[in-house]
Design a protein around this ligand. Structure first.
Ligand SMILES: *[C@@H]1O[C@H](CO)[C@@H](O)[C@H](O)[C@H]1NC(C)=O
Ligand SMILES: *[C@@H]1O[C@H](CO)[C@@H](O)[C@H](O)[C@H]1NC(C)=O
Ligand SMILES: *[C@@H]1O[C@H](CO)[C@@H](O)[C@H](O)[C@H]1NC(C)=O
Ligand SMILES: *[C@@H]1O[C@H](CO)[C@@H](O)[C@H](O)[C@H]1NC(C)=O
Ligand SMILES: [Zn+2]
Length: 306
């Protein structure tokens, strides 16, 4: 009896899988048909065990300020487009038509391919990157490849072939009307493989206003799903996008392949190892405030003398 109990406990602790497909931790069960959770992704692709993996926890006081990290230029982000939105079994992915590009931010020109999101359960922690240990409810990834590449397959072969823009979401008391179209369409793609067309989508409406895009973190990492290719220049913006609780919860209406609710679609944070995380030059504001304070003090000082 004790032996049976022992082996049962051992099996449930180890959950050895024989499935060949990757999945998130929330999908791992102890059946023999179970898929491979994040700890076993290296068996799906060896790159997942690399030294420059994503996501990471960003420890803000250990980031280095860098003046090369200037503002971004967005091309056609404000142009209304038709886009195909699909439940790919791991997330909701929106394929973008050609023409949308980014440059600036110490990057050469990259073109947008698609965006997708990562989320949690019941509006709880769901982002992939974390800031000083804090996990946000959701994260948006806009995936770009270098303008000179013709496909993602080609881009993954170069260390900086891919540029992903990452944005956090934050729960807000108000509904974000800019997301109504996208969130309403989720009803049409609840099951894996389903797709729908979004009309009149504007990328600039989904991200913070330009003046709120000057503060960001930069590091070299990987795709956060297998093959985990270490070919990504990451930009993680500090300013979050507001969404109401209802809007955040809407994403869990989607189902994984196994028809279970699509929740906790994030990879746990990976080791930073020898990498440096840079931050954009937001100290300009701090410096000018210091100057202002100094001039105020000297004014006070002068008036004291009189
Ligand atoms: C800026 O770009 C140059 C050229 O790609 C690179 O060598 C440098 O490391 C980048 N700086 C930062 C802070 O990423
Ligand atoms: C979208 O769904 C239709 C069926 O509704 C299917 O014929 C088509 O291949 C799908 N497109 C993609 C890109 O998945
Ligand atoms: C909605 O999009 C417009 C246009 O980009 C922007 O000015 C506004 O700040 C956005 N609203 C929210 C809540 O993000
Ligand atoms: C910029 O972000 C702040 C704080 O998140 C917010 O209060 C403000 O409305 C944003 N500005 C614009 C123009 O969206
Ligand atoms: Zn992602």
């Amino acid at each position: 009896m004790r032996q049976i109990l022992f082996s049962l406990t051992l099996a449930s602790l180890l959950c050895i899988s024989s499935g060949a497909e990757w999945c998130y931790l929330s999908q791992v069960t102890c059946e023999s048909s179970s898929c491979k959770g994040p700890k076993e992704w290296n068996k799906v692709h060896p790159d997942c065990a690399g030294d420059n993996q994503s996501p990471i926890n960003i420890i803000t006081k250990r980031t280095l300020r860098n003046n090369d990290l200037m503002t971004f230029t967005f091309t056609d982000y404000d142009k209304q487009t038709i886009a195909l939105m699909k439940n790919n079994g791991h997330s909701v992915q929106v394929s973008l038509p050609t023409g949308k590009k980014i440059s600036g931010g110490n990057l050469t020109t990259y073109k947008a391919l698609q965006f997708h999101l990562h989320w949690g359960t019941d509006g709880g922690p769901g982002s992939e990157h974390t800031i000083d240990g804090e996990q946000f409810p959701m994260e948006l990834h806009i995936v770009h490849i270098k303008d000179t590449h013709s496909s993602l397959d080609q881009a993954v072969k170069e260390k900086d072939g891919i540029a992903v823009l990452g944005f956090f979401y934050q729960e807000s008391p108000e509904e974000n009307k800019n997301y109504t179209k996208l969130i309403d369409a989720l009803d049409k793609i609840t099951d894996m493989g389903l797709n729908t067309t979004l009309q009149g989508l504007r990328l600039d409406e989904l991200i913070p206003a330009p003046e709120n895009l000057t503060k960001y973190y930069r590091y070299e990492g990987s795709l956060t799903t297998p093959d985990c290719s270490e070919a990504v220049v990451w930009t993680v913006f500090e300013n979050p996008i507001p969404l109401s609780k209802e809007q955040i919860l809407a994403f869990t209406k989607l189902n994984f392949k196994d028809m279970k609710s699509m929740v906790d679609t994030f990879r746990p944070v990976q080791k930073l190892n020898n990498r440096i995380v840079y931050r954009s030059g937001s100290n300009v504001v701090v410096a000018s405030m210091a100057l202002l304070a100094a001039s105020l003090l000297s004014t006070v000082g002068v008036s004291w003398l009189h």
